[in-house]
Design a protein around this ligand. Structure first.
Ligand code: BES
Ligand code: ZN
Ligand code: ZN
Length: 503
């Protein structure tokens, strides 16, 4: 979508719809909403008075406006003033965009939510308004032969502001918001893609294309190279498929040679469970098992465009987990790149295997901080529910703090799980150094800690997105399907690391 900024009075703009807002309980609209109300001879006031609209969050009201150059006004609720924050801005923009999509409006003008009476930072509000709008207008249409909806989706968003002194902050926020939303939608596209359109080689091709469009370098470690490096765990996961595994290595260069942030994403392009074949229910959703890898690709796109001065290496170990005569079996023992031997208890616990080799590779390349993102366990949904918090297992309080503070801006939520030594014990094997399934419950913790065994004590955070990478229901800026979760937080983390390096 095209995104512009107009220094104009919202009542004078030419568009298919204009968006204004209202806090819950406000009887007399102020600011831009007040200006629109006056231009409509007090119609918004009447709508409030009659009780059709009370400003609660997510509420929208379409008003048809022959008095204005624009045929319709969309009124969106901001909720209670005391609960207002930047995430509410994103949600209001998303709800309003949802209403615009239903009216089939294409050229949308909006005020920036949250700046006036909301009192929030102007740049952050512009960013969140653009993010919410662009994320809400996302549809996955690639495999529909009739894409009527696609034809009528909004194609232009204009932020409208009358006061000139706000424009510089809005320009910056607009650019950041557009980059972050587009990167999230790019990750959503990759996750939503069917398994037969995104096998490991095809995902590697997507990474190559991404690098060729910007300044990232892209290196694909093929099967021969993985063998040469001794990545026995990654190779084992891929050995049942006709398509060989590979590792995507994307690099964004900063000037400080002493800092290297590595983002590692699980790239299982389809997880059948392998010889421990999954039951049929929801098995089609296992095409999403590369959502961590997609999040890293999305974050690398955004980092490439935002250019923070920090070196970031995106690593995506890719494989298809299938049963066959060549497949890995329960009871097998494999040797990871670090030399650690792993007893295979379940071939369905494959994510931690390929992540083990990938995080070890990050350390070998000189990573000073490692963050891995993975649809690792069903157990995380049992612990934290679905679609709310992603799980987190870590060995370093400082990196956790940085990640959580990045997340507070992106609106994504993470909950740290305990990692006391007793949990580590549960991964002990009787015949090898470690086993790939913990003994007992707490599966999201033992899975995370398994990966942590391969980071050589470097500051490390593991994010389990199995419960958050896919949405079954509609949210204000989230439709059914892939969410693109962690793209915005990972990008923000890289930006913060650069800020600190410069300080
Ligand atoms: N990809 C799955 C985890 C998953 C489950 C993602 C549900 C999205 C939704 C992972 O590879 C897996 O199968 N994990 C097993 C581990 C078990 C065998 C210890 C699980 O969670 O059941
Ligand atoms: Zn699995
Ligand atoms: Zn999996």
């Amino acid at each position: 979508m095209r995104v512009d900024l107009a220094n104009q009075d919202i009542t004078a703009i030419q568009a298919d719809a204009i968006i204004v807002n209202l806090f819950e309980g406000v009887r007399e609209p102020q600011g831009a909403t007040g200006a629109v109300n006056r231009a409509l001879d007090g119609l918004i006031g009447t709508i409030i008075e009659k009780g059709d609209f009370d400003g609660r969050s997510h509420q929208t009201q379409v008003i048809y406006t022959p008095q204005l150059p624009t045929p319709r006004v969309i009124l969106v609720g901001l909720g209670k003033k005391e609960e207002f924050d930047i995430e509410r801005v994103r949600q209001a923009a998303g709800s309003a965009m949802g209403a615009c999509c239903k009216t089939r409006s294409r050229r949308i003008a909006t005020i920036v939510h949250g700046v006036g009476i909301g009192g929030l930072d102007a740049e952050a509000c512009a960013q969140a308004t653009v993010e919410g709008s662009l994320l809400a207008a996302y549809r996955y249409q690639t495999h529909r032969t009739r894409s009527e909806e696609d034809m009528s989706l909004p194609d232009t968003l204009i932020l409208v502001e009358r006061e000139e002194d706000k424009l510089p902050a809005f320009t910056k926020g607009l650019e950041r918001g557009q980059i972050l939303a587009e990167a999230t939608n790019y990750a959503r596209d990759l996750v939503n893609a069917p398994g037969n359109f995104s096998n490991p080689l095809q995902l590697a091709e997507s990474a190559r294309k991404l690098a060729s469009q910007g300044n990232l370098t892209c290196d694909i470690l093929n099967k021969d190279k993985l063998e040469e490096l001794g990545m026995g765990a990654l190779l084992a996961v891929g050995q049942g498929s006709a398509v060989p595994p590979c590792m995507i290595v994307l690099t964004h260069r900063g000037s400080d040679p002493d800092q290297l942030l590595s983002l590692v994403g699980k790239g299982i392009t389809y997880d059948s469970g392998g010889i421990n074949l999954k039951s049929g229910k929801n098995m089609e959703l296992m095409r999403n098992d590369m959502a961590g890898g997609a999040a890293v690709l999305g974050a690398m796109q955004a980092i490439d465009r935002l250019k923070p001065d920090v070196t970031v290496m995106g690593l995506i170990p890719c494989a298809e987990n299938l049963p066959s005569g060549h497949a890995l079996k329960p009871g097998d023992v494999v040797t990871a790149m670090t030399g650690k031997t792993i007893e295979i208890i379940s071939t369905d616990a494959e994510g931690r295997l390929l992540l083990a080799d990938a995080v070890a590779y990050a350390v070998l390349q000189g990573a000073t901080h490692v963050v891995d993102v993975a649809t690792l366990t069903g157990a995380i949904g049992i612990a934290l529910g679905e679609g709310i918090y992603s799980g987190m297992v870590a060995n370093n309080d400082e990196l956790v703090k940085d990640l959580l503070s990045a997340a507070s801006l992106s609106g994504e939520r993470f909950w740290r799980l305990p990692s006391d030594p007793e949990y580590r014990e549960l991964n002990k094997s009787s015949i090898a150094d470690i086993r790939n399934v913990g003994d007992g419950l707490g599966g999201a913790i033992t899975a995370g800690l398994f990966v942590g065994e391969f980071v050589a004590d470097k500051p490390w955070v593991h994010l389990d997105i199995a419960g958050t990478c896919y949405s079954k229901k509609e949210g204000p800026y989230q439709g059914r399907g892939a969410t693109g979760v962690t793209v915005r937080t990972l990008t923000e983390l890289a930006v913060r690391k650069a800020g600190r390096a410069q300080a």
